[in-house]
Design a binder for this molecule. Structure first.
Ligand code: NAD
Length: 431
């Protein structure tokens, strides 16, 4: 089949490459000329394991990129909207990018003389597909949904860092269509994957995505709250969760405590569903607490550091890990951002290191020192904060010997001080 993908970020570029791998002809549309150029030269616009290889394999063959909606819509049967859905000022969803993409898509559909399917893959709050996207496309195309074009909500569940693998090996494919015809087109696109397709209406599909992410975020904040209590009582919270997680109704994963969750999805999605609940006059107390625990958790890292070093002003502090998690260069909502903000407020001298995310973080903080290795960051540092679970941090040992003080605050349970060749002043956030 022929598909066009609107937006070539994490979801768009991975979907495009994977649809090409499934044998479809793919046209990427992006307003960012640099991304268009990169895709056309077979390079991934973001870092994702396996993505460069797929783009190199299919670029200029069955996968091309363009900023031209008309060309892409004329030459495809379905268009996937994969643009960003950031948080607005009050935390609720900002649909302005989705609205702009829907309008451009509608204008292109106006010039097409046969059926086209509009697919919303961006994460949008319930009712958006039917009450926002559908009328915008109708208005701009002068055509009728259900007759001239179809509408489907098809949420994406991939994990950054493992996005290509997750797309090709999904645990669920949800197709929330307004009618059978459009739902059929979208499920056919996934035919090559070994996964059952769940057919729903669009608002159920939208809700499935939010419930999925909110539940995982809730598990993390729950684990952090338990971890904070366990630490004060001298209980090993990991031992607790290992036992509790054997209950099949609970499941061990996502019960590790630490500095909290970040990324482009969990924080904004929990806030967006809170915003939607408020809009319908429901106060989602549990979800508000999930955000609250997550906002407070990273600042505990700085409090622990202060507890050991006293005033932090002018002290050199190594921050290891800037990405919101390992194996990605994405720093969106990374827990290192509130930590660095607080350290800067207290006048510390920050030496930061991340194997992949330095360039991304430079756009947020220009005035801190970026180092090329952990050793460089640790050299002469009085304290160290471990913020991201990069595998290479697990192997740190003699590097701590370069520090002026040996205070290490671990936000991700990366270091076992008993296994080190030297003594350090170690403390874990919840252990
Ligand atoms: P992103 O910001 O990385 O990419 C969005 C892309 O859209 C950018 O390349 C941008 O230039 C382009 N764009 C913006 N306006 C456009 C327009 N009018 N026309 C064409 N292109 C336009 O976003 P992302 O992380 O890929 O997320 C996209 C959506 O998918 C969001 O709703 C997000 O919540 C959801 N999602 C993300 C992930 C993830 O892991 N990143 C996982 C599942 C779902």
């Amino acid at each position: 089949m022929k598909v066009s993908i609107i937006g070539s970020g994490y979801v768009g570029s991975v979907s495009a490459a994977c649809f090409a791998e499934l044998g479809h002809e793919v046209i990427c549309i992006d307003i960012d000329e640099k991304k268009v150029e990169m895709i056309n030269s077979g390079r991934a616009p973001i870092w994702e394991e396996g993505l460069d290889e797929l783009l190199e394999k299919y670029s200029q063959k069955t996968l091309i990129a363009t900023p031209d909606y008309d060309y892409a819509v004329q030459n495809s049967d379905a268009s996937f909207i994969c643009v960003g859905t950031p948080s607005g000022k009050d935390g609720s969803i900002d649909l302005s990018i989705v609205k702009a993409a829907s309008a451009s898509l509608g204008k292109a559909i106006a010039k097409k003389d046969h059926y086209h399917v509009v697919v919303v893959k961006s994460t949008v709050v319930p009712e958006t597909t039917e009450k926002v996207v559908l009328p915008i496309v109708e208005e701009n195309s002068g055509k009728k949904a259900g007759k001239d074009f179809g509408i489907v909500m098809n949420p994406e569940f991939l994990r950054e860092g493992k996005a290509v693998y997750d797309f090709m090996n999904p645990d669920k494919i949800v197709v929330g269509a307004i009618d059978e015809r459009s739902g059929f087109v979208v499920s056919e696109l996934y035919r090559g994957l070994n996964c059952k397709v769940t057919h729903t209406n669009p608002r159920t599909a939208e809700m499935i995505k939010y419930v999925n992410n909110s539940f995982l975020a809730t598990k993390i904040s729950f684990a952090n709250e338990v971890g904070n209590i366990c630490k004060q009582l001298g209980i090993d919270t990991y031992e607790v969760m290992d036992a509790v997680g054997t209950d099949f109704r609970i499941e061990r994963r996502f019960l590790n405590c630490g500095a909290g969750f970040g990324g482009s999805c969990f924080p904004k999605d929990v806030k967006a569903i809170i915003g939607k609940a408020n809009e319908i006059d429901y106060k989602p107390q549990l979800l508000e607490s999930v955000v609250d625990v997550n906002d407070r958790q990273p600042l505990k890292m700085v409090e622990l550091l202060q507890g050991k070093l006293g005033e932090l002003k002018n002290k050199r502090i190594a921050v290891l890990g800037l990405a919101f998690k390992n194996d990605t260069d994405d720093i969106r909502e990374s827990r290192s951002i509130p930590v660095i903000t607080e350290l800067l407020r207290q006048g510390t001298d920050i030496a930061a290191y991340d194997p992949m995310a330095e360039e991304s973080m430079k756009k947020v903080f220009h005035d801190i020192t970026y180092c090329k290795t952990s050793s460089e960051a640790l050299e002469e540092a009085e304290g160290c904060l471990i913020m991201t679970e990069w595998d290479e941090f697990r192997k740190l040992d003699k590097e701590f010997g370069l520090m002026a003080g040996k205070v290490v605050i671990d936000g991700r349970k990366m270091i076992d001080p008993k296994k080190l060749s030297m003594e350090i002043d170690y403390e874990g956030i919840c252990w």
